[in-house]
Design a protein around this ligand. Structure first.
Ligand SMILES: *[C@@H]1O[C@H](CO)[C@@H](O)[C@H](O)[C@H]1NC(C)=O
Ligand SMILES: *[C@@H]1O[C@H](CO)[C@@H](O)[C@H](O)[C@H]1NC(C)=O
Ligand SMILES: *[C@@H]1O[C@H](CO)[C@@H](O)[C@H](O)[C@H]1NC(C)=O
Ligand SMILES: *[C@@H]1O[C@H](CO)[C@@H](O)[C@H](O)[C@H]1NC(C)=O
Ligand SMILES: *[C@@H]1O[C@H](CO)[C@@H](O)[C@H](O)[C@H]1NC(C)=O
Ligand SMILES: *[C@@H]1O[C@H](CO)[C@@H](O)[C@H](O)[C@H]1NC(C)=O
Ligand SMILES: *[C@@H]1O[C@H](CO)[C@@H](O)[C@H](O)[C@H]1NC(C)=O
Ligand SMILES: *[C@@H]1O[C@H](CO)[C@@H](O)[C@H](O)[C@H]1NC(C)=O
Length: 462
């Protein structure tokens, strides 16, 4: 973020007149009789976050925005923007102020309204709500309260491109709309860009980064609905992702056990990468703990049907699932993978198909989610249906959002967007022709015993 020149100038003037407190932070609160204007900021009590006017452009014609940023981080520090699509051309007399009805409004020099809170959307508003105050909390949440102390609006309910620890992103839409993180257009333009991140409207297990309306990258499905922890050496802590149900809706959030240990955030970057970042204060730069898609091969559906992206090899590239071969060998050799692979031996449903276990997989997209059945029932469900090409089973141990303890995923037809992961993922059981399966089995048991084969029906496993 480029420091606001007007701020610098005013502050220099103020310094010289020993009036510094006038232009420095006006504390952590915005009050009805004290509108915020360019040159002053609101700072959270612990000094982590600031809210005020800023310009992200370093050259050319500058546009100004009201936003929240990490106060002590010099670059890429903006975490929330109010008027992202309605920039302020001239900040000299723009103000963020209370309206009569306890909303906050951002108006420019000509009195044009650029942005306003909508307290009626929160369901907490009352017609007699008056006055109140807005505070910037230590976690970066800007909260508007009525004079009776009721929360009328909060910035955490209106994510832009960044999810901070403690924020919730809504991934179901029973009574409220789905939420998405929406990228900036570029590093100097916070207006909504091409990329967004959130859940599929019909199935919250399916979470994507989209390029426009096209899936660009898919998050792996969770084995456990409630907590996914991952120890991260550079922050010396476990970052956990959680699903919460609040008022009938499902939300994802993430965080560290001790929030103050490190600064971490999840960001839908303008370039289309979904980034989990931490601030490295020693080196004074952001470190990307994850940045997805990492390789070309990780892009959604890149390896075509029945292909998978193998992340375990030094050169991360597409392969055909065992028992399959490229549909177009020339294309495949030329690294054009979109046509995918086909089965070498046709299935003979009911006559001894088996299942080949592929461990550590990011399981394919477009699964059928069967709730609350046992492993045996899950296998039977797939076995008995000739169009079922694969299954994966998870015992979520803890009761999930909908009250079931297990999750059986079944696939019909093509398997798309499959990956082999390093040290994570799930067992994916692919339906194979029983006879060819026996051949694999003999081969692989002679090799390293890489695969486990499960057979049902007349073919006996040796
Ligand atoms: C605000 O309230 C005052 C007095 O109650 C009224 O005169 C004025 O029109 C109101 N302004 C708006 C924008 O509602
Ligand atoms: C309504 O206010 C209560 C109490 O201040 C708060 O706990 C709750 O989160 C608010 N609800 C919304 C939707 O903001
Ligand atoms: C965004 O999409 C438009 C067309 O839909 C395209 O021209 C532009 O290159 C895209 N930008 C990025 C960063 O992908
Ligand atoms: C996003 O889609 C647009 C077309 O809609 C395309 O021009 C652009 O290259 C895509 N961006 C990426 C990063 O794939
Ligand atoms: C920063 O430096 C200190 C002292 O050298 C060290 O203890 C700490 O682990 C470093 N932190 C990171 C994130 O590298
Ligand atoms: C799931 O795992 C728990 C604990 O390991 C076990 O008690 C429970 O029976 C399992 N449920 C199913 C359906 O396998
Ligand atoms: C079973 O087969 C039918 C079509 O015959 C299909 O509609 C259904 O989705 C399949 N179920 C599973 C679990 O594969
Ligand atoms: C899950 O299945 C068990 C055993 O079949 C049953 O007792 C329980 O009520 C089911 N739970 C839900 C949420 O359907």
């Amino acid at each position: 973020m480029d420091p606001l020149p007007i701020h610098t100038i005013i502050c220099l003037v103020c310094w010289s007149f020993w009036l510094f407190p006038l232009c420095a932070s006006s504390g952590s609160r915005l009050l009805p009789d004290k509108p915020l204007s360019a040159g002053s900021t609101i700072t959270s009590d612990d000094g982590t976050f600031a809210l005020g006017f800023f310009s992200p452009s370093s050259s050319g014609k500058k546009h100004y925005y009201v936003g929240i940023w990490y106060k002590n981080i010099p670059k890429d520090n903006v975490v929330w923007v109010a008027n992202r699509a309605m920039p302020i051309a001239d900040p000299s007399s723009a103000t963020l102020a209370f309206t009569n009805g306890s909303n906050l409004a951002l108006s420019d020099t000509n009195g044009q309204l650029l942005w306003m809170t909508d307290i009626s959307a929160a369901g907490n508003s009352s017609s007699e709500a008056t006055g109140g105050e807005a505070t910037l909390d230590n976690n970066g949440n800007f909260i508007l309260r009525s004079s009776q102390g009721i929360i009328l609006w909060q910035s955490f309910d209106y994510p832009t491109d960044t999810l901070l620890p403690g924020m919730n992103l809504r991934i179901t839409h029973k009574t409220h709309a789905l939420q998405r993180l929406v990228s900036w257009r570029n590093t100097q333009d916070p207006s909504p860009g091409n990329f967004s991140y959130g859940a599929h409207p019909d199935e919250f297990l399916r979470r994507f980064s989209w390029n426009g309306s096209t899936p660009y990258w898919r998050s792996p499905a969770w084995n456990n609905y409630l907590l996914v922890g991952r120890y991260v050496e550079s922050v010396k802590s476990t970052i956990h992702f959680t699903l919460n149900t609040i008022d009938d809706e499902v939300y994802i959030s993430f965080g560290l056990p001790e929030p103050s240990v490190s600064l971490v955030l999840l960001k839908m970057d303008y370039s289309g990468k979904m980034k989990l970042r931490t601030w490295n204060s020693n080196m004074s730069k952001w470190t990307d703990l994850r940045s997805e898609p990492k390789h070309e091969c990780n892009k959604f559906g890149y390896c075509g049907p029945f292909g998978y992206c193998d992340n375990t090899q030094p050169i991360v590239t597409c392969k055909c699932i065992d028992g399959f071969e490229p549909n177009n060998k020339q294309d495949w050799t030329a690294h054009r993978f979109s046509q995918g692979c086909h089965r070498m031996e046709a299935l003979r449903c009911g006559q001894g198909d088996g299942f080949l276990n592929l461990p550590s997989m990011k399981v394919p997209d477009e699964s059928l989610h069967v709730k609350n059945i046992s492993l045996d029932e899950c296998i039977a469900e797939c076995t008995s249906n000739c169009s079922c090409t694969a299954y994966a089973f998870a015992n979520t141990s803890t009761k999930d959002i909908n009250g079931d303890e297990t999750r059986c995923l079944l696939w019909n037809g093509d398997l798309i967007d499959t990956e082999k992961l390093i040290g994570q993922g799930q067992n994916l059981y692919i339906r194979v022709n029983g006879l060819s399966g026996t051949v694999y089995c003999l081969c692989f048991s002679a090799c390293v015993g890489r695969y486990t084969l499960y057979f049902m029906g007349p073919v006996e496993l040796q």
